[in-house]
Design a protein around this ligand. Structure first.
Ligand code: ATP
Ligand code: MG
Length: 411
């Protein structure tokens, strides 16, 4: 994409009143815009990153056989009354009024919708197991929406719901999901700093697990066992002072960002909606359920919290909006032509390139913008490069000079 055609521009200053690093950098670099507290527009660059994060997650969910659907955001009150969450969740539930006194909720999560949905298709043990998921905008009236994308009132969630005949099958799938989450963190370059954490299982399960990315700006306090890379969150540290896996008593306190979680719901929601199946003997049993969340928009924020320096963002390759930021620092026609040539060659190889072809911006500003935007590889062409190209990785200090065609032929 040519930068001269990008309708957004970088900003000179950080947005007023924005305190979180992720929102400050993402707004300044033109990835997102703030509409109000906890509600953001994804601009072209930001949407590219969000889509990449979501597609990595989608890929891994598909790989373990989850089936993608898209459920409605606007939901009837009755479903929420059935589970008591119309009142139990009323602190965060956005409620709407429709015509003739009808009331609705904006979906903060979808157990109330997915359980009656699958009830239409589940009759016998032969219809189980399966898992469905969606990647969608969720709505929660969060009290503290001050952390940019980390805590939205409108935010993106990947939510999987799995359905099983017995607890053993649920547990097996839970383990498979856990492995698939590890692949997601790897592909997002977050695996070294993302820990699986024991969390409370609510009233119906002993434990659930959260995935916490270690980061000073994280809102959650967690206790880590560096021996087995497990941890526990501060809700359950009180009845557990050692690692639940290896017994290690030296737990280290850290801050974390909850990027995902997995939960054995067991029969909590199948009971509410009478979701049953007939077993081999002809008896009716409640379906066992699990739910598995990841927050893609929170992850975009978390990536910026983790990967930035005082000049801007340093995106990991897999989620960067572009792989190359090609910058022309010359006013001469012949150099401009060379830049255009490199741009076209890279495009024809299927590379994602942001081409700074702007002629109304100073050279210094172009370089500053490149650091701010944080594309992994910068390619500079100027009067000084003399038919060659200056290649610099965003996370490295020094550039290398290469012959244009030599470089193109090996990249
Ligand atoms: P938190 O404790 O941080 O509020 P949660 O336990 O309420 O999170 P879940 O209901 O389990 O979160 O949602 C699944 C995932 O969705 C979370 O792991 C997180 O990644 C993401 N998420 C939850 N709330 C928000 C939010 N307000 N903004 C952005 N992402 C969120
Ligand atoms: Mg919450």
């Amino acid at each position: 994409m040519k930068q001269s055609e990008l309708f957004t521009k970088t900003k000179k200053e950080y947005a007023k009143g924005e305190t979180s690093t992720n929102a400050k950098l993402l707004i300044k670099a033109g990835y997102i815009d703030k509409l109000m507290a906890g509600v953001y527009t994804f601009l072209p660059l930001g949407l590219k990153v969000l889509n990449k994060v979501e597609n990595i997650i989608r890929d891994e969910m598909n790989a373990i056989g989850c089936q993608e659907i898209l459920m409605p955001v606007i939901q009837p009150k009755e479903n929420w009354v059935t589970t008591n969450r119309w009142t139990d969740m009323s602190d965060i539930l956005f409620k709407l009024e429709g015509v003739r006194g009808s009331e609705f909720a904006l979906g903060p999560t979808h157990e109330e919708i997915v359980t009656p949905l699958v009830k239409q298709f589940v009759f016998s043990y032969k219809d189980l197991p399966f898992a469905v998921y969606q990647i969608q905008s969720k709505f929660r009236n969060e009290a503290r929406a001050k952390s940019g994308l980390l805590r939205g009132r409108e935010f993106r969630m990947k939510d999987v719901y799995s359905f099983h005949a017995d607890e053993k099958d649920l547990e097996d799938f839970y383990e498979r999901m856990s492995k698939s989450y590890e692949k997601v963190w790897q592909r997002l370059s977050l695996d070294n700093i993302t820990y699986k954490i024991f969390a409370s299982g609510g009233s119906f399960s002993k434990y659930s697990h959260e995935y916490q990315t270690i980061c000073d700006s994280g809102e959650d306090e967690i206790y880590l066992c560096e021996k087995c890379r497990l941890g526990i969150n501060n809700e359950i540290i009180f009845d557990q002072d050692s690692c639940p896996k290896c017994g290690n008593k030296k737990l280290i306190k850290k801050n974390g960002i909850e990027v995902g979680n997995i939960f054995q719901l067991k029969t909590k929601y199948s009971k509410s909606f009478n979701l049953v199946y007939q077993d081999k003997k002809g008896d009716n049993n409640l379906v066992q359920m699990g739910c598995y969340g990841i927050g893609p928009s929170r992850i975009v924020g978390a990536l910026v919290e983790v990967f930035h320096d005082n000049k801007g963002i340093l995106w990991p390759d897999a989620v960067a909006p572009f792989q190359y930021h090609l910058i022309n620092l010359s006013k001469s026609n012949s150099v401009e032509k060379q830049a255009e040539y490199i741009y076209q060659r890279l495009l024809s190889k299927g590379e994602e390139v942001l081409f700074d072809d702007r002629d109304n911006v100073s050279f210094g500003e172009k370089l500053k913008d490149a650091d701010l935007i944080g594309v992994p590889c910068r390619l500079v062409i100027s009067d000084k490069t003399d038919g060659r190209i200056e290649v610099k990785k965003r996370n490295e200090k020094y550039a290398k000079l290469a012959g244009i065609d030599d470089w193109l032929s090996i990249n």
